[in-house]
Ligand binder design. Structure first.
Ligand SMILES: [Zn+2]
Length: 436
């Protein structure tokens, strides 16, 4: 026993002596805090994965103790900014017309392998943090853990687990399929009716490892359901979901298209509205009164409108909904942004193609934001909504060293963010200066 204790002690001592790791990033331009002036020709010093200091000059000498490991990243001809954050993705899926057929042939293991590939695509597009708002089973919760362990390369993930839905609602996985094959879904699968089942469904997701709770307050576009886009959960159910989530320290993200569902969810105290298609003046007032965020997913609108025109791409019931929702979203965005609603960047990637997340920026600018406002939305504001402002969103000392580079100033041309150069996550170089 004593010998074992000695081994344990010396092991701890060895860990304490482990060499510090430094990364020295030479930045032609550094936008360390979006919304403030960028710094020209500076050196960003990263220690053990966190931002340590920003030094003046491209050749500034970082004080690195003897014995520490250090690496240089030369971005002296590039524009460096914090890693991007997408508050609405689905890492376990990417919509294809044969999705319903695949439900019969594939299981959670297939989703898990796909999610590894999709996660990497999000990271390689410059998204160092993503919030996954809904996946069947435990795929994304386990993917998050695997990435955190270093087993899989991917962005840092905030996972919602399975979305909470009413029976027959947008998040009921047994919509439009044979009940004798797929059965009926219950609270364990996130399908809940009545306040008590709603509480149970939320608690179950927390138990399974969810970081936040997603609920489908209204009908949705891609579900094979003709239950419309209006409010699905009753007010007492919404209240039960939000209160239970908050009691367990989780934020609640409400998918909502119809205005009755948007406003009911806001009144119930949700932290964000996802999509928000039919929001009105009262919604804008409620967003501000409650301090809730809008996650606009303009790219999803753009994607479903385009696909709805392709014969046979969606089921008719889906195509009909896509055709009315898609074109409305820019107008919705203009109204919310003009009304002063806090907007956190989110794409609904998985509805669109993984790795194309940055296309959202161009749409946000089309909807009335300046490029700089869109960048703030995908960094500082997104970090706030994710409850991660202490870790990510800016490159201030103490925060995780998540950064990307582009060639040119994205505050002048926001579409430059569709072609990200270097990527650093947690102080580790994922892709170098020349895109290798
Ligand atoms: Zn979604």
């Amino acid at each position: 026993m004593i010998a074992g204790a000695v081994v344990l002690l010396s092991g701890t001592a060895a860990m304490a002596r482990q060499a510090d790791r430094y990364l020295v990033v030479r930045c032609g331009t550094l936008l360390d805090v979006p919304g403030t002036p960028a710094k020209k020709n500076v050196t960003l010093v990263v220690k053990n994965g966190a931002v340590d200091s920003v030094l003046t000059g491209l050749d500034a000498k970082a004080s690195i103790p003897a014995g520490a490991s250090s690496e240089e990243l030369n971005l002296s001809d590039q524009f460096v900014l914090p890693g991007l954050i997408d508050c609405h993705v689905h890492l376990a899926m990417e919509f294809t017309p044969d999705m319903r057929l695949r439900m019969l042939a594939e299981n959670e293991v297939d989703s898990a392998f796909r999610s590894v590939m999709f996660a990497k695509k999000n990271l390689m597009a410059g998204f160092t943090t993503v919030r996954d708002l809904g996946a069947g089973g435990e795929v994304v919760v386990k993917l998050r853990d695997a990435i955190n362990r270093g087993d899989v390369v991917g962005p840092r993930i905030i996972a919602a687990g399975k979305a909470i839905s009413v029976t027959g609602g947008h998040g009921d996985p047994t919509n439009g399929v044979r009940s004798d094959v797929f059965g009926l879904a219950g609270a364990e699968d996130g399908v809940a009716d009545g306040a008590d089942e709603c509480r149970k469904a939320v608690r179950n997701q927390v138990k399974l490892g969810a970081d936040c709770i997603k609920l489908t307050a209204t009908g949705g576009v891609l579900s094979p359901s003709s239950a419309g886009l209006a409010q699905h959960f009753f007010d007492d159910e919404l209240k039960a979901i939000v209160e239970t989530a908050h009691a367990m320290g989780r934020k609640a993200a409400a998918h909502a298209h119809g205005v009755d569902g948007i406003n009911a969810a806001l009144r119930a105290g949700v932290d964000s509205i996802e999509h928000g298609t039919y929001l009105d003046d009262e919604s804008v007032r409620l967003f501000k009164e409650k301090g809730a965020y809008l996650v606009p997913t303009l790219l999803a609108g753009e994607t479903v409108s385009a696909n709805a025109k392709v014969p046979g791409y969606y089921l008719k019931v889906v195509a009909d909904k896509a055709a009315i929702v898609g074109p409305r979203m820019l107008e919705m965005f203009r109204k919310a942004h003009g009304g002063g609603v806090k907007i956190a960047f989110g794409t609904d990637t998985g509805v669109s193609t993984h790795g194309e997340n940055a296309r959202e920026f161009g749409l946000m600018v089309k909807g009335g934001m300046t490029p700089e406002q869109a960048i703030i939305s995908a960094t500082i504001t997104a970090a706030e909504l994710c409850g991660m402002s202490r870790l990510v969103g800016t490159l201030e000392p103490g925060k995780r060293a998540d950064l990307i580079s582009v060639r040119g100033d994205p505050r002048a041309d926001v579409t430059l963010l569709e072609r990200v150069g270097a990527i650093v996550k947690d102080g580790a170089v994922v892709r170098g200066a020349d895109g290798d």
